[in-house]
Design a protein around this ligand. Sequence first.
Ligand code: ATP
Length: 234
Amino acid sequence: MLEVRELDVRYGDARALDGVSIDVADGEIVSIVGPNGAGKSTLVNTLAGLHRAVGGGILMDGREVTRIAAHQVCRQGIAVVPEGRRIFPDLTVRDNLELGAYRPEARAQRDATIRWVHELFPRLRDRGTQRAGSLSGGEQQMLAIGRALMAQPRLLLLDEPSLGLAPIVVDGLFEVIRVINASGVGILLVEQNVRRALEVSTRGYLLAEGRIVLAGTSDELLASDAVRRSVLGI
Ligand code: ATP
């Protein structure tokens, strides 16, 4: 479904991504792990159309999407949950969700998708009329994921979804990631919680200093010296 080929991204003269190639097949969960500053957010943001690649390409179902604008990304079936959530704090929870369905195809299915999102996250139904800014951190993360699902993506990009959440909330979050994936949505998961990310995913990539230094099954990555040294601190 998603193919990233030899992607190069720079900030001025600094190379943030250097020849990065990754794949996500239909319905897969794939993790990107790596130390701080490795380029993980740069990769997600480039896939989201927020950075321009200076080399390489991004294909969705074989179609070139490398240089499309951010607002066109969701038309390709990709939805992004950025680091820091970026919900609209002054709008209600329900309005935040409805905004996720702005694509005409998604809008036509809006009520059915909201019912599904409410099943995944019953809190969002209970708090539908509340200001989104009044939600707890965990609830805001649920809202950010729920809003992305409202676009009916085939691929969900999650950038550090567990950041700053209490351990019990993180447990629920990873369970929901599993359920979303079981419904057929492919997931590219960027996480600092490396062990949890690799436990929920089938495959993963270790990114360091802008390069993919290791690719393999999640079990291979968890057992590898490179992952243990560079991100698990063992
Ligand atoms: P973290 O987990 O700390 O967010 P990351 O793996 O997501 O790290 P990026 O945020 O993608 O890494 O950063 C990759 C490199 O690019 C880092 O060296 C960072 O300092 C640099 N960088 C990121 N954003 C910018 C920017 N807007 N301008 C210049 N350099 C940047």
